[in-house]
Design a protein around this ligand. Structure first.
Ligand code: UP6
Length: 276
């Protein structure tokens, strides 16, 4: 499906959150998601307001905000309307169905009430999807499974990746894609599976233009490698855009967001031009 346009794919997608994301990407001409991993409410909202025009999706780690209160969510939702982007809470759920259902719906953050997308590890097996979908499906949310990770030495390889894709394939109503480094089309499929109609979005973290990695095992590839060569749909960029968050340079954040949007989008245009 990745040689089709985002618009063509939006028309066929059965999940409302995935459809809305694909439509937003086409409308705003961007496959950039900014990962806003900062610890102060003020910086968090300032970055989002600046990068908003250039992104389809804002990725959050809501539990790292030190001065979190309900107004963070209210402002985030206002910005999501103002700049026309979706919200993805990178919660990486990894427990039994009953526990993840509570973590998703309750506690301080009530993630299901504001995040269009969230994600989960496949390690607990299919019951994690059962638990999360009991909350998210009636709300029109979508789930992303982690089938690969960007960090050095990640255990998400081979049969683990295949099993994660199989889990997703059996719940295409709710699982809309993967955190991965490449397309997962047909991976782990057996003959009885009809994979011709499946369209999983691939969201790729570990994207950077000026660095190959960090001191803690992160590994970066360029938007071109990720979108054109590996067929991923959304590039997730954190520090490549906001740098060191202790000295926020708003003008530079804007410049970097424009630069990554441009790189990601031209790689996408080149990719769809290969369509027969
Ligand atoms: N992330 C990865 N790799 C994965 C999954 N998730 O880096 O395999 C997340 C991190 C971080 C963001 O939790 O929020 O993507 C990457 O940030 P960076 O661009 O600053 O490295």
């Amino acid at each position: 499906p990745h040689l089709q346009t985002y618009e063509q794919r939006a028309k066929k997608h059965g999940n409302p959150a995935a459809r809305k994301l694909l439509e937003t990407m086409e409308r705003k001409k961007t496959n950039l998601s900014v990962s806003v991993d900062v610890t102060k409410k003020k910086d968090f909202l300032a970055i989002i307001d600046v990068v908003g025009p250039f992104v389809c999706l804002i990725k959050t780690h809501i539990d790292i905000i030190e001065d979190f209160d309900q107004t963070v969510i209210e402002h985030l939702q206002e910005l999501s309307v103002k700049h026309d982007f979706l919200i993805f809470e990178d919660r990486k759920f990894a427990d039994i169905g009953n526990t993840v259902a509570l973590q998703y719906s309750s506690g301080v953050y009530k993630i299901s009430s504001w995040a269009h997308l969230t994600n989960a590890h496949a390690v607990p097996g299919p019951s994690i999807i059962t638990g999360l979908s009991s909350i998210g499906l009636p709300l029109g949310r979508g789930l992303i499974l982690l089938s690969e990770m960007s960090s050095k030495g990640a255990l998400t390889t081979g049969s683990y990746t295949e099993d994660a894709v199989r889990m997703a394939r059996s719940r295409r109503d709710f699982v809309v894609g993967f955190i991965a480094q490449k397309r997962m089309d047909g991976i782990g499929a057996i003959e009885a599976d009809d994979v011709t109609e499946e369209d999983f979005l691939v969201l790729a973290p570990g994207v950077g233009l000026d660095s190959k990695g960090d001191a803690m095992g992160q590994q970066y590839r360029t938007p071109r490698e990720v979108v054109l060569e590996s067929g991923c749909d959304v590039i997730i960029v954190g520090r490549g855009i906001y740098g060191k968050s202790d000295q926020l340079d708003v003008e530079n954040v804007r410049k970097q967001a424009e630069r990554y949007r441009q790189e990601g989008w031209s790689a996408y245009l080149e990719r769809v031009s290969l369509s027969p």
